[in-house]
Design a protein around this ligand. Sequence first.
Ligand SMILES: [Zn+2]
Length: 149
Amino acid sequence: MIDIVEPAIRSRMMAAITSRNTKPELIVRKSLHARGFRYRLHDKKLPGKPDIVLPKYRVAIEVRGCFWHRHLCKDFKWPKTRKQFWKEKLETNQRRDIQNRKTLENLGWRVLVVWECAIRSKTPEEISVLMDTVSKWIKNSSPIRDIPS
Ligand SMILES: [Zn+2]
């Protein structure tokens, strides 16, 4: 297939995909809501504007795309073109994620990362099992932090 979109435009299109309200994020939100949790979204007052914030539990949840946040999983693949551009961009994202998490934790927040690959292509039953674990973690302060880890 011939790529008919210019690189600069392609780059903008891909940048738009990184924006908020992704499908995995919506799935996590819906599922938390169904379990009785109440939350704020993209709280601008907190470092990195975490996707989902549960003030009652002092928990911040990030639902991260495996590509944009460079997850070391089988879903992550380096783009075949503009390698240097992507390397710098994704490494910057990664550094920012680490910094935001540290700052949040220093402010006394517990941070949970739910990776896209833990949600995408999963059955509703699998997602339900995962969200039960997340729910327990929120309430019990168990040490799990990355799903999957
Ligand atoms: Zn992943």
